[in-house]
Design a protein around this ligand. Structure first.
Ligand code: CP
Ligand code: NVA
Length: 306
């Protein structure tokens, strides 16, 4: 998630450090409701370097930075010399001389790690092909608000074993929340991520990766899905829509969950594909609370890191 100097990935955070981020976010959320000022980052400048599109992550970071009294600079990579071949190494070294932190959304995890390695300022992962930690922290805040606990819950993820599924595996296993990922053959999360989750869980919570979405959803407290076609996979869209047709979150599937289940999706959603409108727009859905909590988590992260 975060690199440079003493900063950590989600996998490197201890359970109590995750709770500290959530608790700071909760506090900042209540301060915002009370219109209490909290300009901890006055005078700082933060670059948002994005190589993929974004609505929630970009806007929640920009607003969080403004609320904290700092200045955001949005950098679309197609406008930078990176698009003409300038190296990540040189870009990291140059940006570090201007700004106090860099938030980056990119393709490979290696590209983000390289930027973090060569930066002398903190780097925050705003999504890579492998992980989306800021999203999953906001999701944990949402789950806590709805269920009043984070352990002793069953989360069923239905769909592609992508960046969201992989980050949920790491996060849930750290918090000892049972996680059942159901995905078609060939679309499972990476083996090294599943192994990390199993190690984190220490046998104290369940980590399962299976094919059958019905088995995953049985008795679940939380049902989570994401797009079948992540950013950068547009050419595979036709094939994936066929492979994933039995992984749609619909009335039949959710009837197997606990009756007070919540439905989660990081958004953007594709109604009629990974989820039907009746569920994402229905009474169990918390997707807009998740989206709002992105703002409070980004603030907590910036506040704690800087
Ligand atoms: N959930 C999420 O990261 O959304 P954006 O791609 O709009 O930032
Ligand atoms: N898996 C999706 C998440 C979008 C927030 C993607 O990477 O496109």
């Amino acid at each position: 998630m975060l690199r440079g100097k003493s900063i950590k990935t989600l996998q490197e955070l201890e359970q109590d450090e995750i709770y500290a981020i959530l608790s700071r976010a909760k506090e900042l959320k209540s301060w915002l409701r009370m219109r209490k000022e909290h300009q901890f980052l006055k005078g700082k400048t933060i670059a948002l370097l994005f190589e993929k599109p974004s609505t929630r992550t970009r806007v929640s970071f920009e607003v969080a930075i403004a609320h904290l009294g700092a200045e955001p600079i949005y950098l679309d990579s197609s406008d930078l010399q990176i698009s003409r071949g300038e190296s990540i190494e040189d870009t990291a070294k140059v940006l570090s001389r201007y700004v106090d932190a860099i938030v980056m959304r990119t393709y490979s995890q290696d590209r983000l790690n390289k930027l973090a390695y060569y930066s002398s300022v903190p780097v925050i992962n705003a999504l890579t092909d492998d992980f989306h930690p800021c999203q999953i922290l906001a999701d944990f805040l949402t789950i806590y608000e709805k269920k009043r606990r984070l352990s002793d819950l069953k989360l069923a993820y239905v769909g592609d074993g992508n960046n969201i599924a992989q980050t949920l595996l790491i996060g849930c296993s750290k918090l000892k929340m049972d996680i059942w990922v159901s995905c078609p053959n060939g679309y499972a999360p990476k083996k090294e991520v599943i192994d990390l989750a199993l190690t984190n869980a220490k046998g104290e919570s369940i980590v399962k990766v299976i094919n059958d979405p019905k088995e995953a959803v049985k008795g679940a407290d939380i049902i989570y899905t994401d797009t079948w076609v992540s950013m950068g996979q547009e050419e595979e869209a036709g094939k994936k829509r066929k492979v994933f047709q039995f992984y749609q979150v619909n009335e039949d599937l959710v009837s197997l969950a606990d009756e007070s289940f919540i439905f989660m999706h990081c958004l953007p959603a594709h109604r009629g594909e990974e989820v039907v409108g009746e569920i994402i727009d229905g009474k169990h859905s918390v997707v807009f609370e998740q989206a709002e909590n992105r703002l409070h988590i980004q603030k907590a992260l910036l506040n704690l890191i800087m």
